[in-house]
Design a protein around this ligand. Structure first.
Ligand SMILES: [Cu+2]
Length: 160
């Protein structure tokens, strides 16, 4: 093997090891996980997805639900080009489980400054957890291009 081949081979192996370490660090230390999407909303033959979502719990009653002393579930429906509800109020220190789905096309679900970053696939329930430590107004944005009004698709999360 040529000297340079050996050097480049060595660099590749080191980089691969570094990437694996970064992946492990993100997962173990920063708690960055792939979103779970085990729940699927079933549509009856001949039915439409929007009706199925609106008649399936928890999306038949979207919004904030307190499920424990500091635990909340927030159920959100995404539809071009809005999130419903578009204003979410939570107390500081709340442990939140976000459950969200889309009734039409693929949307994004991103709250900058947090670890909340999901893709909402029509008919699939995307779930993520987050603890809001600090009060403030957070922006919930769609970050998957979803059509003409994509840039207007957002909601507000107020942590008091
Ligand atoms: Cu969008």
């Amino acid at each position: 093997m040529d000297r340079f081949e050996k050097i480049f081979f060595g660099i590749s192996v080191v980089m691969l090891a570094l990437f694996l370490c970064a992946l492990f660090y993100a997962s173990a230390a920063m708690h960055v996980h792939v979103q779970s999407s085990q729940e699927v909303i079933s549509v009856k033959p001949g039915g439409n997805l929007a009706m199925a979502v609106l008649t399936t719990a928890p999306f038949n009653n979207p919004g904030v639900k307190q499920i424990g002393p500091h635990d909340y579930e927030v159920d959100i429906i995404a539809q071009a080009w809005t999130f419903y509800p578009s204003e979410i109020k939570l107390p500081a220190g709340a442990n939140v489980e976000f459950k969200a789905t889309s009734v039409d096309v693929t949307h994004g679900f991103l709250i900058p400054g947090t670890l909340i970053n999901m893709m909402l696939i029509p008919g699939q329930v995307s779930i993520t957890h987050y603890r809001f430590e600090h009060a403030g107004t957070y922006l919930l944005l769609c970050h998957e291009y979803c059509g003409r009004g994509h840039h207007t698709m957002f909601a507000k999360v107020e942590v008091q």
